[in-house]
Write a protein that binds this ligand. Structure first.
Ligand code: ADP
Ligand code: ZN
Length: 594
């Protein structure tokens, strides 16, 4: 098939007029019969790289996917685009399975989704020899590697299965990019080294914002008011999940549900299903929530506490904005998050301690930086990004950077001279020279550090103490006091500087509002709302989430451009031939009535 034909197919099937990022490279290789490992971040459009060849090539594309829930989501989306697809899993009833097998053997399937455990079954190999296979697509391919974070022994049976069909190209897909794992995946799946295609890690539509957690309910309520669409709030414990879910529901009146491993499995499944189908729900969850969800219209991911590493942070925030629309990742942090994480280091095995410590240090640099958050994140993943991105809190509203080295020396020496057992409240009184009974009783009014901080610097003490705790120069004692740690000695000796970033006084509300006007939904526009209502009705009728019918961006285009005919409607991004035929008239009717 020639390149123009392939673009035509792309448009007819998916309603897209161009490839995104590395998609054309990946699809090009597959169409040429070359095996490939594509490392693409969440939302980059991995599924298209096998679905398009699946419809363009003769025969069936066999997709190996580890999560049955995800498989069924993809199946529904593929079918909605008119792709002939079926699955073979333990969750399907025998009748369905028999029909799937019959369709495959009759050459009537573009896509056959299977779980990895099938791969080792002799009768599955037998089945595949009964009809032409166009492509093996291996989703979440890092599962084949013990170096990956999610090793699945079943994936090891894929190689012998695929080796039995040497003429069929292999396409391995993953969003995790660690170099070690990539090399291992290539070797394990028998893909040549030159078959590696790595897309950039950047998620330009996600706006990163990181704030000190001074009132989480208020901060999250503000975020929810700015973002009427679906969102996820990650909380560190089950109790916090329940508590936040209750409060946010009460304060905002929005649908808010909890999700954590302590809930009854049925409740958990029901909450997840409700979230996937919803256009405005907020899920408050532990990190147990997320694997197996590829809801494209998640408008924000908030963290109510510090995640355990940059990797987890990036993976979790990556669940926002897969559809490419503007989205927000908000992290609320407290000094105690770092204090607790550093305390837990003592319980970590000796051999893993240094690694753990560097993960905490990396997180502390992320929250403390006055520079571009995105640049820091991308550098962490080995990229060489521009110094500023224009779409993170620090780029939009630069924080003030203060050289607090001298004040830090005063603070650290007060901690040292009072015996490294008092909390910040007491230390502040000593430094500010308060006439306080407890200070006098301990004789702390006679220390050289008594009263050495003037009132002009008093407001800096709290953010400074936070920064020192984040970087580990101050560590908590067992009884809630503060002690010296990390590089405290170097700071005291003047060998290390302490720069702190002070966020602008007014949170970036004004700018943020201006930014979002371009991308966000015109909720309240009668036509847009009517289009959404129709989408909701059609989705309910078909038993699929609304985004399977059309994405928000497609409805926005309809409302803005008001197409008057099927052919005009068919020009919009996201409307392929099948959807045009199935839904076109209904949407045109709504447009005509407004
Ligand atoms: P991933 O699996 O990599 O996270 P998906 O395959 O779910 O990403 O695709 C993410 C979103 O991007 C989907 O909603 C899809 O419709 C959209 N998309 C994919 N390719 C294109 C393209 N070429 N043009 C426009 N939108 C696209
Ligand atoms: Zn930035």
């Amino acid at each position: 098939m020639t390149a123009p034909d392939l673009l035509q197919k792309l448009h007819d099937t998916f309603g897209f007029s161009a490839f995104r990022g590395v998609q054309d490279q990946v699809v090009g290789r597959i169409m040429a019969g070359k095996s490939t490992l594509a490392v693409m971040p969440t939302g980059a459009g991995k599924s298209l790289t096998y679905q398009l060849p699946a419809v363009a090539l003769p025969g069936t594309c066999v997709v190996i996917s580890p999560l049955i829930a995800l498989m069924h989501d993809q199946l529904r989306s593929a079918e909605a685009n008119g792709i002939r697809a079926a699955s073979l899993t333990s969750a399907d009833d025998p009748d369905y399975r028999e029909r799937a097998i019959a369709s495959f053997r009759a050459g009537e399937l573009d896509l056959l989704y299977v779980a990895p455990e099938r791969a080792s079954q002799g009768h599955f190999r037998e089945l595949l020899s009964r009809a032409p296979v166009s492509l093996f697509a291996i989703d979440e391919a890092h599962c084949v590697s013990e170096w990956g974070h999610d090793f699945r022994p079943d994936y090891r049976a894929l190689r012998p299965l695929m080796d039995a069909f040497p003429q069929v190209p292999r396409l391995a897909l993953t969003a995790t990019a660690d170099a070690h794992t990539r090399a291992d995946v290539l070797a394990q799946l028998g893909i040549p080294d030159d078959g590696l295609i790595v897309a950039g890690f950047d998620r330009p539509n996600i706006r990163y914002a990181i704030r000190h957690r001074d009132n989480p309910v208020r901060q999250l309520t503000t975020l929810m008011a700015e973002q009427p669409g679906p969102g996820i709030v990650y909380a560190p414990t089950r109790r916090k999940v329940e508590e936040l879910a209750d409060k946010l529901a009460l304060v905002t009146g929005r649908p808010v549900l909890p999700y954590h491993a302590g809930l009854d499995p049925q409740v958990r499944a029901a909450n997840q299903a409700a979230f996937v189908a919803s256009e405005d729900m907020v899920m408050v969850a532990t990190v147990a929530f997320g694997m197996g969800i590829d809801k494209p219209d998640v408008r924000f991911v908030a963290h109510a506490g510090v995640p355990k590493s940059i990797e987890s942070y990036y993976q979790e925030t990556g669940r926002a904005g897969r559809d490419g629309d503007p989205s927000v990742a908000l992290l609320l942090w407290g000094a105690e998050d770092f204090a607790r994480a550093r305390m837990r280091l003592d319980e970590v095995e000796e051999s893993r301690r240094a690694g753990e410590r560097s993960r905490i240090d990396a997180m502390s640099r992320l929250v403390e930086t006055a520079g571009c958050r995105r640049a820091l994140l991308l550098r962490h993943f080995g990229e060489d990004p521009p110094a500023t991105c224009g779409n993170c809190d620090n780029c939009l509203d630069s924080p003030a950077v203060v050289d607090a080295t001298t004040l830090a020396q005063k603070l650290l020496s007060a901690v040292y001279r009072t015996g490294q057992s008092y909390g910040l409240g007491h230390i502040e009184k000593v430094l500010l020279g308060h006439d306080d009974e407890r200070v006098r009783q301990r004789g702390h009014d006679r220390l050289t550090v008594f009263g050495i901080v003037g009132s002009d610097e008093a407001t800096l003490l709290k953010p400074l103490a936070r920064a020192l705790q984040a970087r580990g120069s101050l560590v908590p004692t067992e009884h809630g006091g503060l002690a010296l740690g990390g590089d405290a000695k170097e700071v005291l000796k003047g060998e290390a500087a302490v720069m702190i970033a002070l966020p602008p006084k007014r949170e970036s509300g004004r700018k943020a509002r201006r930014d979002r006007s371009g991308g966000f939904n015109p909720v309240g526009d009668p036509l847009f709302d009517a289009l959404r209502t129709l989408r909701r009705d059609l989705a309910a009728e078909a038993g699929v989430p609304p985004y399977v019918i059309f994405h928000d961006s497609t409805l926005r285009d309809m409302a803005a451009l008001r197409p008057a005919s099927l052919s005009e409607l068919g020009q919009l991004v996201g409307i392929g031939a099948r959807k045009l035929e199935a839904y076109g008239e209904a949407f045109l009717n709504v447009i005509r009535q407004h």
